[in-house]
Design a protein around this ligand. Structure first.
Ligand SMILES: Nc1ncnc2c1ncn2[C@@H]1O[C@H](COP(=O)(O)OP(=O)(O)O)[C@@H](O)[C@H]1O
Ligand SMILES: [Mg+2]
Length: 255
């Protein structure tokens, strides 16, 4: 089993969006995916008035036919739970464990990050990216297995480019996620593939623009999923940018 933890020490960076999107991406590859909620919503009563984001998402995923043992939600509130339940997921044969974390990092979140084979740090704008760069040195030191992610910049390609730059010398996925309904509304629609196919229509129909955007988002998610898989194997699509990077040795090894 490979473990991917999502890290951003700033709320609203798209951690939960990225967790759900990668789950759809890996499920589309036929993998068995466990999603761990290590946010402050973990432990919410699913039958209560306000189920957590991931609990709601699981209901929609079930409606799209993704249920245990293909997809499972694990909720953890303590370090012991994180360690025991990830070991249990491995023993039960899951291919992937995706861990969503919170902006404030306490013991359970730090334990989750410590378990990860790959840490993904998403940002939706240069501001988030700068916070994350500070957070990385505060919480992660000089991590070897970290990839930053430009996630859906609202204001187009220029902002996406600035976000990429704001990550500094940290490696960034070449694949970016767009700002898209198919991603933001996953807790309403569940699986992205399922959502896209439900919108399918011909170019002369009024819903075509919506379908096209959703399809583009789904393609971006799949591209990212593959790149994440390569990153898990130590391969990076990063272009070589010179010696100032602490990751230079890694890039050279790939080239
Ligand atoms: N790629 C995206 N496309 C559209 N909206 C997004 C995207 N990423 C994030 N958002 C928006 O930002 C909000 C915060 O994202 P979320 O994943 O909940 O952040 P976090 O878990 O880091 O707090 C979401 O509710 C969604 O509306
Ligand atoms: Mg969240």
């Amino acid at each position: 089993m490979k473990t991917i933890a999502i890290f951003a020490n700033k709320g609203g960076s798209g951690r939960t969006i990225a967790t759900m999107a990668l789950a759809s991406g890996f499920l589309a590859q036929g993998k068995r995916v466990a999603v761990m909620d290590c946010t402050d919503q973990a432990g919410t009563n699913p039958k209560g008035r306000h189920p957590s984001t991931l609990q709601n998402w699981m209901i929609q995923m079930a409606a799209c036919k993704f249920r245990p043992p293909q997809l499972e939600l694990i909720e953890c509130q303590t370090r012991d739970e994180v360690e025991d339940r990830s070991a249990a997921a491995e023993a039960r044969g899951f291919d992937l464990l995706l861990i969503d974390t919170s902006a404030r990092l306490y013991e359970p979140q730090l334990a989750a990050l410590g378990l990860a084979n790959l840490v993904i740090a998403p940002a939706i704008s240069p501001f988030e990216a700068k916070c994350i760069v500070e957070g990385i040195s505060e919480y992660l030191g000089t991590p070897e297995d970290l990839m930053c992610l430009v996630n859906g910049c609202r204001n187009g390609t220029l902002e996406a480019e600035e976000t990429r730059k704001a990550f500094g010398y940290h490696p960034v996925f070449q694949s970016e996620l767009p700002w898209a309904e198919a991603l933001s509304d996953q807790i309403l629609n569940g699986d992205i593939d399922h959502f896209v196919s439900s919108l399918a229509c011909k170019p002369d129909k009024p819903g075509f623009a919506r379908f096209r955007d959703a399809q583009a988002a789904w393609v971006a998610v799949q591209r990212l999923t593959f790149e994440a898989e390569w990153a898990l194997r130590g391969q990076r699509l990063e272009p070589f940018v010179g010696e100032q990077s602490v990751y230079a040795y890694k890039r050279k090894a790939v080239a």
